[in-house]
Design a binder for this molecule. Structure first.
Ligand SMILES: Nc1ncnc2c1ncn2[C@@H]1O[C@H](COP(=O)(O)OP(=O)(O)OP(=O)(O)O)[C@@H](O)[C@H]1O
Length: 731
């Protein structure tokens, strides 16, 4: 099959967007380029396609790419959309500004943050860092101790972050949702004051600060607002149903003046209220922008009619929604199947057996996914699959950068860009023999007042028995200060850290080493350390089996949240038992409705075959077994929308899959997998296809400059790679 990327990238003049590939509503959404536009897009109705075509269309109309802003839920999503737009039009699409709210906030705050008193080299901290700081402050404010029932760091961050994301004052949130902690309100407020101060003094921002400060720039600094509003003439927001109030305010302020703002969303797929997403944003949009034109996309191109009939019915009982009835022209004889196992083990065995059958019938593993509500719901299945030859990747678990050894290495690189980051100093210094928290704090304070960490460390008055450790660290930082290339910096850090690493994690360091190898190859893909450090917090890769082998054929096990926007021929949704789905703590009302939408998202991922399963017995937290029925969301469906599979797990009338061989993603993919050969520098010229162990396959964008080369990756965008470190191979 012809690989279209060569044609497009080498031919920047090609530009014709074929609007005939869209249906009438999609076309209208694409060509309505001025004024506020709300696109209510049902599942599988082509909202991604519409956004992709709209980007290309705007450019074709002569809009400057740098003036188009595309805000998406993940960075991958915007990169993939811009890649696809590039396929339709030409490489100018890559100059469109795309990213998540947090990513764009980061970029803008580095430029304009000085108005709010921030330097441009602030460090973004993740949740674990935030909890670490709160814990530190709890101690120094005297809020710990056996007699004190002060909330844990986890709950404290939930409260602080919840208050920001839900735009509710801390005290109100505590009285409303944590009333058992109301006696601590004053201390929590005090702690929040110190938390803010700590972050400011150490040049740190947490995720919430990125949004809050972006909004503050727009709200409070006329100069910054004017520049930003003038910069972006056309704004597009994907997954608008999952924005919170601050994000909605940012969109409102940013579009002020021209109101060329298109938001796309599906109220039925709003599943992030626990993170502060406000389902009502999408309902409110036409009130905020009075001239809003509303377009509904109701034709589903993904699923067969029997699947769609069931998913439509799940939403029939939703309390509040934009009424829409999805229809499809894809016929299909097979109704979704329901299987009830005696217990979780039998449920897992059924799914595993079915997968084996599907493979036997020619279905590729990457056309199959198993979805569940929480990460631990798949443990039994993982055990089952481990004794088979099924290769799978689990999504939605821990992030690769959350583990201690990864945090250690990243701490050094963070300090290379922000030497005021006490949190990272703490982490590194506490690894030294005879250095405790007090000394670590003193050393960090000394470094903060000096121009060079290496110098400050080498001059620090150490005791005889811990001088050696500090001297080696000083040596490392002096070498790091002379270096800027991320790959080289990593090597320096590793040379210092390796003996420590093997000592600290002596029980399992070989296992951890694999993560670090992966980190090394990721770091080598960056041109500057600041961007690497930002990405590890804003867009960290997930841990998973075989993560570095992007092109391998694997089945996906995924939490429903992480399956958003994806589709497979065969989808299993597990754990659909009463008490598990909806979650036993979900109260009737908003939480209940969100659980319903979660099931809707899961079931609408299926193209041809949908299997719903549940165990008839669950273990309670006190290790008792309890008999359970099917999820109330299934029990309330109209009769005849699914077929039951008998308890023996044998499917009468089983579907024949022999004709089903399509790929898992609708995105344009590299089709032919040629044999990999070893890289030679002189082979690298524009258009050559290469493979990177983490970023997957890409296309060289220019001739190497010295030892660096720019490569465009489908899912990761453009990366500048250093040939000595990046482990590239020719494809
Ligand atoms: N006009 C069209 N003609 C043919 N196929 C289409 C059309 N629009 C969309 N599709 C196909 O329908 C499928 C779903 O489209 P897409 O992924 O854009 O949907 P979506 O609305 O983003 O889905 P969801 O919100 O459920 O994740 C894709 O395989 C896509 O190629």
């Amino acid at each position: 099959m012809k690989n279209t990327i060569f044609r497009n990238l080498n031919d920047p003049l090609k530009s014709s967007v074929n609007l005939n590939e869209l249906n009438a509503s999609q076309r209208e959404a694409v060509t309505s380029t001025e004024g506020p536009l709300l696109v209510i897009a049902g599942a599988g109705s082509g909202k991604t396609r519409t956004l992709v075509y709209r980007v290309a269309y705007l450019l074709e109309q002569g809009i400057d790419p740098e003036r188009i802003l595309l805000l998406t839920f993940t960075r991958k999503a915007s990169q993939e959309m811009l890649w696809r737009a590039g396929q339709l039009l030409n490489e100018t699409c890559r100059r469109v500004v795309g990213g998540t709210f947090h990513g764009i906030a980061n970029m803008l705050l580095r430029r304009h943050g000085h108005h709010l008193g921030f330097g441009s080299s602030f460090t973004i901290i993740d949740r674990a860092d935030a909890e670490g700081i709160v814990n530190l402050l709890k101690g120094s404010l005297g809020l710990t101790g056996r007699d004190k029932q002060f909330p844990t760091k986890r709950v404290l961050i939930n409260i602080l972050s919840g208050s920001v994301n839900k735009s509710i004052p801390i005290d109100d949130l505590v009285y409303e949702s944590y009333s058992h902690l109301s006696e601590h309100v004053d201390d929590i407020l005090n702690l929040e004051k110190y938390y803010k101060e700590f972050k400011f003094n150490n040049g740190l921002m947490d995720y919430d600060d990125l949004l809050v400060n972006w909004k503050r720039l727009l709200d409070e600094i006329p100069e910054a607002r004017q520049e930003m509003a003038a910069r972006y003439s056309h704004i597009m927001v994907d997954e608008y149903q999952d924005t919170n109030l601050i994000q909605a305010d940012i969109v409102r302020l940013l579009a002020h003046g021209h109101e060329n703002v298109m938001v796309v969303g599906d109220d039925s797929q709003s599943i992030y209220s626990f993170r502060g997403a406000d389902f009502y944003n999408i309902m409110r949009f036409p009130k905020v922008f009075k001239e809003t034109k509303i377009i509904k996309l109701e034709e589903n191109y993904r699923s067969t009619q029997p699947i769609l009939s069931l998913t439509n019915d799940i939403m029939t009982n939703a309390v509040e929604k934009y009424a829409k009835t999805l229809f499809t022209r894809i016929e299909g004889k097979f109704k979704p199947r329901l299987f009830a196992g005696r217990d979780e083990r039998e449920e897992a065995a059924f799914v595993s057996k079915k997968i084996a059958e599907l493979r036997g019938q020619g279905i590729a593993l990457n056309n199959i996914a198993v979805l569940f509500r929480s990460g631990f719901h798949s443990y039994k299945l993982e055990m089952e699959l481990n004794s088979t030859s099924v290769d799978f990747e689990k999504r939605g678990g821990m992030k690769l950068t959350e583990s201690a050894h990864m945090k250690d290495v990243i701490a050094f690189l963070r300090l290379r860009v922000n030497p005021f980051d006490t949190l990272s100093w703490n982490r590194i210094l506490l690894h030294l023999d005879k250095v405790g928290p007090k000394t670590a704090r003193k050393i960090a304070d000394t470094i903060a007042t000096s121009g060079s960490p290496g110098q400050a460390l080498s001059e620090y008055p150490c005791g005889k028995n811990w001088r050696h450790g500090v001297e080696s660290l000083a040596q490392l930082f002096m070498e790091m200060e002379r270096e800027t290339t991320p790959g080289v910096l990593y090597e320096l850090v590793w040379a210092y850290y390796q003996p420590l690493f093997e000592k600290i994690y002596r029980d399992d360091f070989p296992k951890r080493q694999k993560d670090l190898d992966q980190l090394k190859s990721i770091v080598a893909g960056y041109a500057d350390v600041q961007t690497f450090v930002d990405d590890t917090t804003l867009d960290p890769p997930e841990t998973g089996k075989g993560l570095s082998k992007e092109d391998k054929e694997r089945m996906i096990l995924s939490t429903i949240h992480s399956s958003k926007g994806l589709e497979w021929d065969v989808v299993f949704v597990m754990g659909l038992a009463d008490g598990r789905f909806p979650h036993s703590a979900a109260e009737v009302g908003e939480q209940w409705e969100e659980e319903r939408r979660l099931l809707y998202v899961a079931a609408t991922r299926a193209r041809k075959y949908l299997y719903l399963t549940y165990p008839r017995e669950l273990m309670t937290p006190d290790r008792q077994f309890r008999r359970v029925g099917m999820s109330p969301f299934l029990a309330e469906l109209r009769a005849g929308l699914f077929e039951r599979i008998d308890s023996d797990g044998v499917e009468r009338n089983a579907p024949s899959f022999l004709t089903s061989t399509s790929t898992a993603s609708s995105a344009i993919t590299f089709t032919k997998k040629a044999k990999k050969t070893k890289l030679s520098v002189k082979d690298l010229s524009k258009g050559v296809r290469v493979h990177h162990p983490f970023f997957g396959e890409g296309v060289v964008n220019n001739k190497p400059q010295g030892r660096s080369v720019d490569v465009i990756f489908q899912r990761h965008g453009v990366k500048t790679l250093h040939l000595d470190y990046a482990k590239l191979t020719l494809v």
